[in-house]
Design a protein around this ligand. Structure first.
Ligand code: UD1
Ligand code: CA
Length: 477
């Protein structure tokens, strides 16, 4: 893109139709706040992005690194919002303006509007699109008496320059001010504009408020000869005004992301049946099961089974997270496997070929190469040595009500089922702990430790016991 581009994103409204205390533009959308989608698209074009803020402005500022900010002191409409950014605008050159609630816009679509402006001669360019139900949108009203053909161009038409030669004019009429004829117009304002900065300096101060709310409409800047860029896919401009539209936007972005990864070599059980957030990295030949949710900064080269929830987790090629597992802040090295029904919490590291099975929880613990904990175990604040075997029901008792303590298990150790390891404690390499033990003191390398109570066997007593219980039950009737 040749000329430097300044872009203004209007994001000061609360968005009452969302019925939420959270500012509309902050609603989460596949791992990013809604407003950051359009900001990313603009930054991809190399634009200097100015965001107009008001509601929850601290949170909006924090969510958008690399942007400049202008403050609109009261929500007096889109025209007033742009006016708030005036002092940050360059003296001349193109200024692209868009709303913060249109997250489906792509860099390619924005570039097209920008290029149409550069090719046109007027100071104003607006992007339009066709919808079957135009309710809620500003209508593009072309003035037939001024020489324009009075009808929108066909879909996919090249950018049309309305009024340049025929002297035709265009204006935008909002829903609330439409005549019945205007209300029937299906060519609508996308809310994406490019203005010459000099024109904004002259025209913005001259905006007049509209009754009954006294709002200043940005759409009033589109008067007289203006370039209208049309023929866009309506889906690009889907504005999010309520939660139904937010959910629709999620579906569109989800499919866009999944498709792109699929084309990059990722295997999806179902393109519509997995959620991959924007900050996730996938690698060729990774696989994503039905219903999997991949979130945060996860980096996946291995396999994620169906219905797993994976956040900020790295899964190397050849590692497998089996069905219905939840992993947060974990690392699985090549050949490691977890689940089904495993829970990996922050700091869980499964080294190469380590295995944790069903109903095993691992937190802030390293399970070293080839070690196994196959069932029903809690490993917290622990270091499990290479090749160690942790029996079912083993629990690291890492918390004494005041502090967390570590358990260290040496390479090749065998921990019998239902062992309680009362931390801080160390079991040496090659040691064996008998099932059902409560280990409170360190076990040296290659030792056997056993705290089990001796077993009593009373021959024939079972029948006597049953007779006694039967008699008690009869007596109670
Ligand atoms: C606007 C357009 C309409 C267009 C539609 C496209 C106007 C008057 N109408 O309507 O022609 O078809 O977008 O989606 O511009 N905002 C502020 N400060 C304010 C008011 C709004 O920053 O005082 C921001 C909002 O946060 C939002 C954006 O401007 O991101 C658009 O505002 P919204 O109220 O959603 O306008 P629409 O009714 O959708
Ligand atoms: Ca809107």
């Amino acid at each position: 893109m040749s000329a430097p581009l300044t872009a203004v994103v209007l994001a000061a409204g609360l968005g009452t139709r969302m019925r939420s205390p959270l500012a509309k533009v902050l609603h989460p959308l596949l791992g990013r706040p809604m407003v950051s989608w359009v900001v990313h698209a603009l930054q991809e074009l190399g634009a200097d992005v100015i965001v107009v803020v008001n509601h929850q402005e601290d949170a909006v500022r924090a969510a958008l690194p690399g942007c400049r900010f202008a403050r609109q002191s009261a929500p007096l409409g889109t025209g007033d919002a742009l006016r708030a950014a005036l002092s940050l605008l360059p003296e001349s050159g193109p200024v692209l303006v868009t709303a913060g609630d249109t997250p489906l816009l792509t860099a390619a679509a924005l570039r097209r509007v920008f290029e149409a402006h550069a090719a046109g001669s007027g100071p104003v360019t607006v992007a339009s699109f066709e919808v079957s139900d135009p309710t809620g949108y500003g209508r593009i009203v072309r003035d037939p008496s001024s020489g324009d053909r009075g009808a929108p161009p066909p879909r996919n038409a090249p950018p049309s320059h309305v009024g340049a030669d025929g002297g035709g004019t265009v204006r935008i009429v909002e829903q609330s001010e439409c005549s019945p004829e205007q209300a029937a117009i299906t060519e609508v304002n996308s809310g994406v504009y490019v203005f010459d900065a000099a024109h904004l300096r002259a025209a913005l101060p001259a905006l007049r408020p509209h009754a009954p709310k006294g709002e200043f409409y940005l759409t009033d800047l589109v008067t007289g000869p203006a370039t209208v860029v049309s023929g866009f896919d309506a889906a690009l401009f889907g504005g999010v005004n309520d939660r139904a539209a937010l959910a629709d936007a999620r579906a569109v972005l989800r499919r866009r992301i999944n498709r792109a990864w699929a084309l990059a070599g990722v295997d999806f059980a179902d393109l519509d049946g997995a959620i991959v957030e924007a900050g996730v990295t996938l690698h060729p030949d990774a696989s994503v099961g039905l219903g999997a949710i991949l979130a945060g900064t996860s980096d996946i080269a291995g396999a994620v089974g169906p219905h797993c929830v994976v956040t900020d987790t790295t899964i190397a090629a050849g590692a497998v997270l089996h069905a219905n597992s939840v992993a947060t802040g974990a690392v699985l090295h090549a050949g490691a496997e977890a689940g089904p029904f495993a829970r990996l919490r922050p700091g869980a590291v499964l080294e190469a070929d380590a295995r944790v099975g069903n109903f095993v929880e691992v937190k802030n613990a390293t399970v070293r190469r080839g070690a196994k904990a196959s069932h029903l175990t809690y490993l917290g604040d622990a270091d499990i040595g290479a090749g160690a075997n942790i029996g079912a029901g083993t629990i690291t008792c890492n918390y004494d009500g005041f502090g967390k303590h570590r358990t260290t298990i040496g390479a090749g150790a065998f921990i019998g089922s239902n062992t309680a390891l009362v931390a801080p404690v160390t079991v040496g390499a090659g040691a064996i702990v008998g099932a059902g033990s409560t280990i409170t003191a360190d076990v040296p390398d290659n030792a056997v430790a056993l705290t089990r109570a001796p077993q009593k066997v009373l021959p024939g007593v079972a029948e006597k016991l049953r007779a006694r219980y039967r008699a008690q039950k009869e007596a109670a009737k």
